[in-house]
Design a protein around this ligand. Structure first.
Ligand code: KMH
Ligand code: ZN
Length: 284
């Protein structure tokens, strides 16, 4: 992995997540129309990839196959963003439903490297499930993004690559998800430790800090040449008492911070190159 800061930065937006309710946050994009509009605004602001969780007609998290498929199609038709579907879903989604997410043929999928206490809940990712999902991503030619909530999960990535080889496309992209109650803290020392443990096969990494760890993690990641994930899945305020009104505000802030580090946002096509997306959209 390069040790110097690259000129370009991959900004991923995670606009919705599965944890915040529409009632608590009416500006959260939960309908397909709202999601598409948020995606277009975020792309215009500098995002190159979108990490997608969808909701049902009652704004509840769902992994409904038809909705997933329609969402991928709608995002492809209305943006150039790399479309990454969450296979994490919500803490209540059964593992077998999470495996079916790949049927919607996204460009990329999230793949969490182990079980994590998640607030008062448990985000379940038993090893056999991780292996099955990984092999499925290879078979279906979907590029995984390895989600790392804890240092043990970085170590588990070594085990996965040793056992099953490289992902489809040959690149290995990770995302540190920090500051979840139950996972690693969203601090610079934790990020330094995580990056130091990454297997040499890793070609790129990004980081995001949940809640009030958002800014420390963003600044630490920039200082280390990492990429960024931002969005209302991870944080709902711009500052204390200032709610996020649009996901694009978070992308705009990331672009400004990256500019200070003399880095400019990657286009979706450049992101596709970084991530090893093999096929053009028209071929998928
Ligand atoms: N909603 C969390 C339980 C992912 O998208 O893959 C899991 C999550 C990770 O957000
Ligand atoms: Zn997610």
């Amino acid at each position: 992995m390069p040790t110097t800061s690259p000129d370009k930065i991959l900004i991923t937006v995670a606009p919705t997540g599965a944890e915040t309710t529409k009632a608590d946050c009416p500006q959260l994009p939960t309908t397909l129309e709202e999601l598409v509009q948020a995606a277009q605004e975020c792309e215009a602001a500098g995002a190159a990839m979108i990490h997608v969780h969808i909701r049902d007609a009652d704004h509840q998290p769902t992994l409904d196959q038809t909705r997933l498929h329609d969402t991928v199609q709608a995002l492809r038709e209305s943006t150039d963003l790399v479309v990454q579907l969450s296979t994490g879903g919500s803490v209540h989604d059964p593992l077998e439903h999470r495996l079916k997410v790949l049927d919607a043929q996204p460009d990329s999928c999230s793949l969490t490297m182990g079980t994590t206490n998640f607030g008062d809940d448990v985000f379940s990712n038993p090893w056999p499930f991780v292996c099955e999902l990984y092999q499925l991503s290879q078979e279906r030619q979907v590029v995984p993004e390895f989600e790392l909530f804890d240092l043990g999960q970085v170590h588990a990535l070594r085990r996965l690559l040793d056992t099953y080889g490289l992902p489809y496309g040959g690149s290995v992209h990770c995302d540190f998800v920090m500051g979840v109650p139950g996972g690693m803290p969203g601090t610079a020392p934790a990020l330094v430790a995580g990056v130091a443990m990454l297997p040499p096969e890793v070609t790129s990494w990004s980081a995001t800090g949940i809640g009030r760890s958002t800014l420390p993690v963003m600044l630490a990641a920039l200082s280390m040449g990492g990429h960024l994930r931002v969005g209302m899945e991870d944080v709902l305020t711009l500052a204390k008492g200032v709610p996020v009104e649009r996901n694009a505000q978070l992308v705009e802030r990331a672009v400004r911070a990256a500019d200070v580090a003399r880095r400019s946002p990657m286009t979706p096509a450049e992101a596709g190159g970084l991530l090893g997306l093999g096929l053009s959209r028209s071929e998928k």
